[in-house]
Design a protein around this ligand. Structure first.
Ligand code: HEC
Ligand code: HEC
Length: 358
């Protein structure tokens, strides 16, 4: 009884303070915060100014807050059931632990949701497994009108968001007037994504701090990665990707003598791009098995075994950069240990769904 009285007293007080400050709970609980400091191993490659020049994306704390709301808001979808976070979970490096994603009305797509970490700062801005978008904002518009993801249209999405008074107020704060156009929705989501980092891994500390040590197995794995196994032909730079497209033979169906997914060729029409996919980042790779564009490989050891075989045997149009490696069992395990050492220090469990504008 006493608890009940106290609770209703607290609720009454909260209501009063809302009336006084004119700040609703959803807004007060999600204050504007400073842009995050990029972590060790990543920071040198993060330039907000370069991002603006390269992708036309200006990142401000106010815009990031708006983008966080939109990223978690299922009202962007046709029937209010699917948000970006339905398939991009914070704790899985903004990927998900499923081979392929389930969108609106339980429909299943053909590709694995990629992680979204350090995504705003690639060597070349190319997004999706086949690189069909060249900015994060352009990318964000895709799933909203994808019939099996969020199933809406841009017009409908703008209408649904525009009906929400809380959003109109925030759009005015960020963009100068309260209209939520599709370009603004995508721009704000992209700004939020630009603040999602993975770094300060055991490997970063070993590379950057004088007194940091690392297990001998990881050290051996790193030597193999950059040497005998030549993984760094494609997984290079601070984010371990060349932003290019290669075919490892994943998705080859020997019975049908055909690839299940034509990959980059769908975008360029070039035969040499058949079944080539974007090299994914290896940061946080332990957080989002299964692997590859179709989620067909369950473990990192099995991924290394695919490379050891020189890609999928018999599959046509394989990258010339994948050849039989002749790794010993210990060497395979060492490469896996190195991949594990690329796990960042944040599991993103702090990125919780915010209470949403009303
Ligand atoms: C139904 C599940 C689903 C939903 C909902 C969804 N995504 Fe995705 N996302 C995917 C899949 C699957 C891919 C890969 C598709 C492809 O490559 O063709 C992807 C790709 C991406 C990529 C590209 C990453 C890269 O490295 O190329 C980004 C960024 C992204 N999504 C952000 C978003 C945003 C922002 C939203 C909300 C507006 C969203 N996604 C909604 C499943 C989903
Ligand atoms: C020819 C370029 C190339 C080389 C060499 C290469 N990779 Fe990859 N890697 C890729 C591409 C492209 C994919 C995605 C392929 C797909 O989905 O069809 C990938 C996927 C992966 C994945 C899965 C990541 C995920 O998010 O699904 C891991 C792990 C990986 N590579 C590790 C390695 C290791 C370890 C080596 C060395 C033994 C290596 N790669 C060599 C291009 C390369």
């Amino acid at each position: 009884m006493r608890a009940l009285v106290l609770a209703s007293l607290a609720a009454a007080l909260a209501a009063c303070s809302d009336a006084w400050s004119d700040t609703a709970g959803w807004e007060a609980e999600n204050p504007v915060v400073d842009l995050p400091e990029p972590p060790l191993g990543v920071a040198d490659n993060v330039s907000w100014r370069k991002l603006e020049a390269q992708q036309g994306l200006k990142v401000t704390p106010e815009k990031v807050r708006l983008g966080r709301w939109l990223f978690f808001d299922a009202r962007l979808s046709k029937d209010g059931t699917v948000s970006c976070a339905t398939c991009h979970h914070p704790e899985n490096a903004f990927s998900e632990p499923l081979p392929t994603s389930k969108g609106i009305a339980g429909q299943v797509g053909a590709r694995k949701a990629p992680p979204i970490v350090n995504a705003a700062f690639p060597i070349q801005p190319v997004y999706f497994w086949d690189g069909r978008a060249s900015t994060l904002a352009e990318q964000a518009k895709g799933p909203i009108e994808n019939p099996i993801e969020m199933g809406s249209t841009h017009v409908l999405c703008v209408q649904s968001i525009g009906k929400i008074a809380g959003y109109r107020k925030i759009f005015a704060q960020v963009y100068g007037d309260e209209e939520p156009t599709i370009d603004r929705i995508a721009d704000a989501i992209a700004a939020f994504e630009a603040t999602l980092f993975s770094g300060n891994s055991a490997w970063d500390r070993y590379q950057n701090e004088d007194d940091a040590t690392i297990a001998p197995e990881v050290k051996l794995g790193a030597e193999l990665f950059h040497g005998k196994a030549q993984c760094n032909q494609c997984h290079l730079g601070f984010n371990f990707t060349d932003s290019q497209f290669h075919n490892l033979g994943v998705g080859w169906d020997p019975a049908k003598q055909a690839y299940k997914d034509e990959g980059r060729k769908k975008v360029t029409g070039k035969p040499e791009d058949l079944a080539a996919f974007k090299t994914p980042t290896l940061r946080d790779v332990t957080r989002h098995a299964p692997y590859m564009h179709d989620g067909s490989i369950e473990t990192l050891l099995e991924v290394v075994e695919l490379y050891d075989r020189g890609g999928e045997p018999g599959a046509p149009n394989l990258s010339k950069k994948v050849t039989k490696l002749g790794l010993t069992e210990d060497e395979k395990k060492a490469i896996v240990a190195f991949l594990e050492a690329l796990t960042g220090d944040s599991d993103n469990k702090g990125v919780v769904p915010p209470s949403l504008p009303e």
